[in-house]
Design a protein around this ligand. Structure first.
Ligand code: NAI
Length: 254
């Protein structure tokens, strides 16, 4: 049965940034499909915990701030998680930040923070999880990109560089891990209404510009990402690796 291939019963998924927004919706989808969840987040994901536990799945929160965590701390957290949970089947690198500044005044601090949280952290987590997955010969790594994995944007060069980089590491990891049973893919969300994008949504001029550019003429919701994350985390996507899937109401095709 094709629908059986989408089931995640008994799987352990690490998801970063699950407290709200896209991370919360994707976590709920993975749990609904059967997975137990380990959340890496700097803030207690209280609402997400409630959602997941109401589905009778396990939810473990590991407190970590990606803006300060070292590569060694990230590795240690992954190893601790694997020891506690017995295995890691799925990694979703979702947490991200998008500080803005005029390009000629764009500060070193913002540049470094953007790259650290959005690119170095996913890389170190994927490498650490990859070492564990390779031993079992299976696993799914899903990185969250952005429209700015393909475009430059305005006032966000660090974000754009990090999100282009996310596709680079998705391909690099895939090239060397796909033969070892690990699928590595990326999801590219379009304009999704969350706290992250609320300021654009509430600015009438900006909102009109955005909506009129989207072929579907509407913003996405975090729930719009649920189907694709379950697909990429499951056996149903078994022959996909090294690619990115846009969920953007048609933006990139325009
Ligand atoms: P959000 O700001 O609503 O949620 C971000 C989550 O990451 C929160 O749970 C937060 O606690 C966690 N987080 C942030 N910084 C952290 C840090 N330093 N250490 C640990 N945890 C941290 O963001 P949203 O909208 O849900 O976005 C999620 C991902 O999707 C990001 O990678 C973002 O770049 C990407 N994305 C979002 C789009 C949108 O329109 N909302 C569009 C394209 C990509």
């Amino acid at each position: 049965m094709i629908l059986d291939k989408f089931k995640l019963d008994g799987k352990i998924a690490i998801c970063t940034g699950t407290r709200r927004g896209i991370g919360r919706a994707m976590t709920n989808a993975l749990a609904e499909a059967g997975a137990d969840i380990v959340s890496f987040d700097r803030n207690d994901p209280v609402d997400t915990r409630q959602d997941v536990e109401a589905m009778d799945r396990r939810f473990v929160w590991k407190k970590i701030d990606f803006s300060t965590a070292s590569a060694e701390q990230l590795r240690a957290l992954v190893n601790e998680t694997a020891a506690e949970m017995g295995q890691i089947d799925i990694l979703v690198n979702n947490a991200g930040i998008c500080p803005r500044e005029e390009i000629l005044d764009y500060s070193i601090e913002i540049w470094e923070q953007s790259l650290r949280v959005n690119l170095s952290t996913p890389w170190f987590l994927a490498q650490a999880v990859g070492r564990i997955m390779v031993k079992r010969g299976c696993g799914k790594i899903i990185n969250i990109g952005s429209l700015l994995s393909h475009q430059g944007g305005l006032t966000v060069p660090g974000y754009s560089a990090s999100k282009h980089g996310i596709l680079g590491i998705t391909k690099s990891l895939s090239n060397e891990l796909a033969s070892k049973g690990i699928n590595v893919n990326a999801i590219v969300p379009g304009y999704i209404l969350t706290d992250f994008t609320r300021a654009i949504n509430q600015n009438e001029d900006r909102n009109t510009q955005v909506e009129s550019r989207i072929p579907m003429n509407r913003w996405g919701s975090p729930e719009d990402l649920q189907g694709v994350v379950v697909f990429l985390a499951s056996e149903a996507s078994g022959y996909m690796s090294g690619t990115d899937v846009a969920v953007d109401g048609g933006w990139l095709g325009r």
